[in-house]
Design a protein around this ligand. Structure first.
Ligand code: NIG
Ligand code: FE
Length: 415
């Protein structure tokens, strides 16, 4: 078959260029973003095949040409932590929080994750697929070009498998790369209130073998937190996941620092996510590991908890990704543009650091950094084109508008 060539010309700023082989950025590197002004970008089939300054480009009639005068072109957002498959919403808890209850108090009353699990139980796989497809299409239009999605609202054998099968159907139905994470240990179902070990045994002995048999997951997750799952519980779950080839990507340090980071690193976790509460020892452990931190400012914003210490991570040379945590309880938002703005405004990091954390470092947090996350020859043509703006810094600054005009995933325009 004849190859298809596309060219984007007169790009005001081509942003996020990296050399082949660069898989993540840390420390001061995060504050630098390599950019070409007045650039072109060439795409052959689904891959980036060339780029450079306009003056070095020779037009050829084989190309389909896209004019990007006044526009910024940058790599798609890589959202490495979401719970995008869910049933129903939780506005009632939102009102309860406005009236003074905390996220943890709502959970202690049987709301929160257990509320979502009840809704999921009465929702069919087809309905779940339909609502999740809509959400996925929405975030793709907002510039997300690769995404991780977790289970964790099933909390029963059938419920967890239903969620993971929905994720598999999304993978089969869309071009966007999707990583699937099994989060059976998200909350303890009521039925097991006084018998946590029995629930963990269900995860280990019944859910995991079937998940493996149907090839439903890439990663294993645990909500390691006071009143949820302890470090010992997490050890049992990730050890079992390891036997089935699932690497850990875990929720730790959202409300308390209880040793989850150290345990996750011991098991070579791909990422440790949340980190709103960090001890000195936690920084120390992360700086000696290949595990990437993943920060979720949209969750901090929505449930009004501290923001993760992004600036300190930069000072300590610890790489981090930014992700949306899209879910009905703590972050009903999958818009990575807002995540970038919140990171800049509330975590006080530069727009450059926010973009790097949401592109190349997000790719690293999904083990996709050799395929996406930067403008690099040979990577998937996963890119966003802005409307006419002054520079990439305008995007987090003008935080209330959508500045993405067009998005491309693997060489195909999605809007
Ligand atoms: O990452 N903290 C644990 N899990 C989700 C929230 C889940 C929910 O409230 O439904 C999170 O914030
Ligand atoms: Fe989460």
């Amino acid at each position: 078959m004849k190859e298809s060539k596309q060219i984007i010309i007169n790009i005001k700023q081509l942003v996020g260029i990296l050399k082949k082989g660069e898989t993540k950025l840390c420390g001061e590197e995060m504050n630098n973003i390599y950019t070409i002004e007045n650039a072109f970008l060439e795409i052959t089939d689904n891959l980036i095949s060339g780029f450079g300054k306009m003056e070095d480009f020779q037009i050829n009639d084989q190309y389909s040409v896209f004019e990007a005068k006044g526009k910024v072109v940058f790599p798609s957002w890589n959202d490495s932590h979401t719970h995008l498959v869910f049933a129903g919403t939780r506005e009632k808890e939102f009102i309860d929080r406005i009236n003074g209850l905390s996220y943890e108090e709502i959970a202690a009353r049987g709301g929160g994750i257990l509320n979502s699990a009840n809704l999921l139980e009465i929702t069919s796989e087809d309905d779940l697929f339909l609502s999740s497809s809509r959400r996925l299409e929405e975030v793709m239009k907002m510039g997300t070009g690769a995404i991780e999605i977790k289970s964790g609202y099933g909390l029963s054998h059938d419920g967890e498998l239903k969620m993971l099968r929905v994720i598999k159907r999304l993978q089969e139905s869309y071009d966007i790369p999707i990583k699937s994470t099994f989060l059976g240990a998200h909350a303890l179902p009521k039925k097991y209130k006084n018998n946590k070990d029995q629930y963990i045994n269900l995860i280990v002995n019944e859910m995991l073998p079937n998940i493996k048999e149907e090839e439903l997951a890439d990663y294993i997750d645990v909500f390691c937190e006071t009143n949820y799952f302890s470090v010992d519980d997490m050890q049992k779950v990730i050890e079992a996941g390891h036997k089935y080839g699932l690497k850990p990507k875990v929720h730790v340090n959202q409300f308390t620092s209880i040793g989850g980071i150290q345990k996750a690193i011991e098991w070579n976790a791909v990422s440790v996510d949340h980190l709103e509460v960090m001890s000195e020892n936690d920084f120390e452990s992360l700086s000696n590991s290949d595990t990437i931190a993943t920060l979720l400012p949209s969750c901090s914003f929505f449930i009004d908890i501290p923001y993760a210490p992004a600036r300190k991570l930069i000072t300590k040379n610890i790489p981090f990704a930014l992700a949306s945590d899209y879910n009905p309880g703590s972050s009903p938002n999958g818009n990575m543009n807002l995540v970038n703005a919140l990171a800049a405004i509330k975590m006080k990091i530069s727009p450059q650091a926010a973009i790097n954390a949401s592109t190349i470092n997000g790719a690293y947090a999904m083990e996709l950094a050799d395929k996406t996350g930067s403008i690099t020859i040979g990577k998937w043509a996963n890119i966003n084109i802005s409307s006419e703006i002054n520079s990439y810094g305008f995007m987090p600054y003008s935080f209330g508008q959508n500045h993405i005009e067009k998005s491309m995933i693997k060489g195909t325009w999605i809007n």
